[in-house]
Design a protein around this ligand. Sequence first.
Ligand code: PMV
Length: 323
Amino acid sequence: MHGKTVAIAEARANIALVKYWGKRDLELNLPAAGSLSLTLEPLTTRTTVQPASVDRVELNGEPARAGDAKRILQFLDLLAREGGLGERPPLHVASENAFPTAGGLASSASGFAALTVAGAAALGIEAPGRRLSEWARQGSGSAARSIFGGWVRMHEEGYAEPLSGIDLELGAVIAIVDASARKKVGSTDGMELTRRTSPYHGAWLEQVNEDLGTAEKALRQGDLQALAQVVEGNCLAMHADAMAARPGLIYWRPPTLEAIDAVRDLRASGVPVFFTIDAGPHVVAFAPLEHLPSVVEALEPLQGIRTLTASAGDGARVVTHGA
Ligand code: PMV
């Protein structure tokens, strides 16, 4: 079938417990190491792709900025090529996030996962999850993980897979710091600067490989203490690597540190909770579902922070597909 239909897809963001920070191939957007994440509901992006007379891209109800539109349209070119169509027809893309864009809240993960699935459906391309994940990766590394729901392992080879056989159910309280702030240095530029200039980058990549094994084992054993150690350690090592770039990248704001302290105080009081932070100021606190209310109670009163509670979510999927 050749692409002449409208397709709507939904995908959810994911937050990495063992982080991706560093590429080994810029062109193919291949990561220098694996990563491990949880896909989260309700951090949802809904994307519509349909035939049009000229290419048009709208993000959250407004015409996309030139750079964003170009990245999205080039990604659709790639999908068409990879799907064997050669040149693609002009398309109208409309994408909406149900949560704050940028600033390290993983909107590129849900965005490119939803675009991959909606774009493939609109163009009449059928592919297994692993292929979709490889394609999504070329839009954004973390998007490869959002193709799948729940616990997901990204491989250094460039595709993600769901991790089966894990009974542990965790949710997250996201401490959103200054939601209007857009990140100043995007992840690709930040990773490249870090790779080129941070004296700690080699040590970071070695640590990731060790942390992946430790984290997966802790997840399988439901060992929250071990998980807290490895996840916080991995996050702080990523930020230490980025901070050691020249000029150093500081993604945190003062409320970020307040939230880190609050999470650690709560853990010291007996609540199994631990944090991670992406390339932005927000703090994501993971805990078993029954403990999420006390995590909210600890974070919500902090100045400059509002919270959003999330739980494990599904992978990317087409919700409407028609002529
Ligand atoms: O998918 P990208 O290129 O936006 O990179 C994501 C990088 C981090 O969010 C900082 C870490 C991760 O593994 O998600």
